[in-house]
Design a protein around this ligand. Structure first.
Ligand code: GTP
Ligand code: MG
Length: 197
């Protein structure tokens, strides 16, 4: 599946400009700078189609990509970015919330969590909304290359314990590094089950 060509096809700042749903969609959500855009690159090995940055708050629109004719991948703006103007931040957050709770084509949200920092109030807030709207989501721990293996295991256990009563969560929790490539194949396999064929 991930050998298909990745092609950018739409960007949306408001819900009315979301493209007409045609294929199953997987979206990548999480705080600013957790590595959403980098993970899209690592999954598809098509560096440069999705833009990344070391400055948080880089992705400012909901960006829709086609993976051949099988699956759409959606790069969401990050939330919790401290330096943007309040009204801009609010607009991004509202857009993300609206997308994850209303998008009919959406089959899975990968909620990325930086292994070093763990889950924050805004992550819990988004999870609350997805539980309410019965949006399937999966936790993806990112940047595992940047912390000792023991801390990765501890973080994974902490999150699993914390979310074990949730109903819309898809197991297992994924543990990845876009930089080292660890866990990327495993996530590809999990997502391939969602594609149309
Ligand atoms: P926003 O668009 O601002 O919400 O950020 P994002 O979540 O899309 O993050 P992005 O992929 O742009 O990456 C942010 C920073 O984290 C960049 O400097 C990346 O190089 C770095 N980064 C991404 N993935 C990894 C990883 O697996 N390991 C390490 N060490 N750094 C990473
Ligand atoms: Mg981004």
């Amino acid at each position: 599946l991930f050998r298909n060509r990745l092609e950018f096809y739409a960007a949306a700042k408001v819900a009315s400009s979301f493209p007409v749903p045609d294929l199953p969609e997987v979206a990548f959500a999480g705080r600013s700078n957790v590595g959403k855009s980098s993970l899209l690159n690592a999954l598809t090995r098509q560096w440069g189609v999705v833009r990344t940055s070391d400055k948080p708050g880089h992705t400012r629109t909901i960006n829709f990509f086609k993976l051949g004719t099988k699956l759409n991948l959606v790069d969401l703006p990050g939330y919790g970015f401290a330096y943007a103007k309040e009204e801009v931040k609010d607009a991004w957050e509202e857009l993300v919330k609206e997308y994850v709770t209303t998008r009919s084509a959406l089959q899975r949200v990968c909620l990325l969590v930086d292994t070093k920092w763990g889950m924050k109030p805004r992550d819990h807030e988004l999870i609350g909304l997805m539980e309410k709207s019965q949006t399937k989501y999966q936790i993806v721990l990112t940047k595992t290359d940047a912390v000792p293996p023991m801390d990765v295991a501890r973080r994974a256990m902490q999150i699993e314990e914390n979310l074990k009563a949730n109903r819309s969560i898809v197991q297992p929790l994924m543990i990845v590094s876009s930089r080292s490539g660890a866990g990327i194949r495993c996530l590809r396999t999990a997502l391939a089950k969602i594609s149309r064929f």
